[in-house]
Design a protein. Structure first.
Length: 101
């Protein structure tokens, strides 16, 4: 993970002057003085960290849900395979007892 100072420097280098791409980020170009600019950039970094954590948690939850659905599907396929094998066996036994004429 990037250190906050590196992330602040990166954001300062690529931050848009006229428009914001991410809702919730402050436009630090308008801040007067280095302390206020740094504070603005730090607030943006903290906002982005929270956003990343929120998105990561949502992705993890979706992944867990998908894994659970996959496990359920695999179990159902296994049940169906067993049922097919049982039916094939029953058909073979029936054909042995009742040969075709």
């Amino acid at each position: 993970m990037l250190k906050p100072a590196l992330l602040v420097a990166f954001l300062a280098a690529v931050s848009p002057v006229h428009a914001q791409d991410i809702v919730g980020l402050e436009d630090c170009a308008q801040a007067k003085g280095p302390d206020k600019k740094f504070g603005c950039l730090q607030a943006n970094v903290e906002f982005l960290h929270r956003l990343i954590k929120k998105n990561d948690a949502a992705a993890q939850a979706r992944s867990r849900d998908d894994a659970a659905r996959l496990a359920t599907t695999v179990a159902k396929v296994d049940e169906l395979r067993d049922e097919i094998a049982r039916l094939k066996s029953a058909i073979e036994q029936f054909e042995k007892r009742n040969p075709k004429r």
